[in-house]
Design a protein around this ligand. Structure first.
Ligand code: PLP
Length: 375
């Protein structure tokens, strides 16, 4: 049975060209770029080249890139590193736990956080930010694209507001990188990214921090990463991440279009075949994601049946003591729990083929019709 992977917002398969790049470091040679001998110099060269590649792709300065162990650490570093005691922080109620939980920890230290409702639209809109700003607001943090629904936030418009008011703006860019090209506007103070969402390795990510901003390091020790993140660098991960980002410049415009065409075919065909389906998130979405509610269907059963048939999708739900709770993001969007429980997220990658989408359409239609006949 040929398996079909449609859970690319969770993680993506390594690109063979990324593996090849990483093999340069996967040798029996010692690589520590802090060492002064020739081995150290060799690894320093690879580190610098990788940083330069990424800085070039993002049109930022190399010193503005801080390598981390992934998106979660980058977001922790940014949120905790920008935090000033007692600050008022604006965010949304559909952020990834890496942001939500970190803000909750900061609340215990005195932060005042406003969680703006994303509603059925699926993202906070610029007017909500305008309305919620107070003279005490010291930080805005929002995701560029939601991992559960794919809905994009109007980052550029919010960056302008932040710029005019001189308020630092952190963007969780984990789900936008690899989906479409974007520019980091002057109003964006910092962004977080993760390697494993764009056919790069797991366990590596980065924070971009504009050089005009001061950041308090969260991991202390050696002077790596310009003194902002101590610890010997994960050189193999960094080389892989740089390759994965470098590939995007060449592949993305066409890949974005292809993913969108296939995602739309999947959505439209399921709509034609089944009639009553609900697409979660009314706002514009990234090219690869659709989260669908199938009224009257048990989403968990459908997911298991799809898995048995070789198709991997997801419902973004939280696992709790043996049971599955509906996704908190869907619930926070005011989607009823009964509908959220019927819902499945399909997230494509640039490797997804039309044949895979055709098979998925056929199988989902069959399984749902069967469930409807024998509820
Ligand atoms: N932010 C978003 C929107 C995500 O989707 C994820 C991962 O699912 C993260 C942050 C965390 O990234 P990482 O898995 O690299 O820690």
């Amino acid at each position: 049975m040929k398996k079909i992977y449609l859970d690319n917002n969770a993680t993506t398969a390594l690109d063979p060209r990324v593996i090849e790049a990483m093999q340069e470091v996967l040798t029996p040679l010692p690589f520590n770029s802090s060492s002064v001998h020739s081995f150290g110099q060799e690894s320093k060269k690879l580190l610098t080249k990788s940083r330069d590649t990424i800085a070039h792709a993002f049109h930022v300065k190399p010193q503005e890139i801080i390598f981390t162990s992934g998106g979660t650490e980058a977001l922790n570093l940014l949120l905790r590193g920008f935090y000033t005691p007692g600050a008022h922080i604006l965010t949304s109620n559909v952020e990834h736990p890496a942001v939500r939980e970190t803000l909750q920890a900061l609340e215990k230290q005195g932060a005042k956080v406003t969680y703006l409702p994303a509603g059925l639209w699926g993202a906070v809109q610029p007017y909500q930010i305008e309305e919620a700003l107070t003279p005490e607001t010291r930080l805005i943090v929002l995701m560029a694209a939601n991992n559960i629904t794919g809905v994009k936030t109007g980052i550029n418009a919010i960056a302008q507001i932040a710029h005019q008011r001189n308020i630092p703006f952190i963007v969780d860019g984990v789900q936008i990188l690899g989906k479409e090209l974007f520019h980091i506007l002057p109003g964006v103070s910092a962004m977080a990214f993760s390697g494993h969402k764009l056919h790069g390795p797991t366990g590596i990510g980065l924070a971009f921090v504009r050089s005009s901003f001061k950041l308090t390091p969260q991991i202390t020790g050696g002077s790596q990463e310009y003194g902002r993140r101590a610890g010997t660098e994960n050189l193999m991960g960094i080389v892989g991440l740089a390759k994965a980002i470098e590939l995007l410049a060449v592949e993305l415009p066409a890949a974005t279009k292809r993913m969108e065409t296939l995602r739309n075919k999947l959505t439209q065909s399921l709509m034609n075949n089944l009639g009553d389906i609900v697409i979660h998130g009314q706002g514009p979405r990234i090219c690869n994601t659709v989260h669908i509610g199938f009224p009257g269907i048990d989403g968990e059963t459908l997911l298991l049946q799809l898995d048995l048939a070789g198709i991997a999708a997801s419902h973004g739900s939280a696992c709790t003591s043996g049971g599955l709770e509906p996704s908190p993001v869907l619930l926070n969007m005011q989607i009823p729990a009964s509908l959220a429980r019927t819902s499945i997220r399909f997230s494509l990658s640039r490797n997804t083929t039309e044949q895979e989408i055709d098979t998925t359409i056929e199988l989902v239609t069959q399984l749902i019709n069967k469930q409807k006949r024998n509820p």
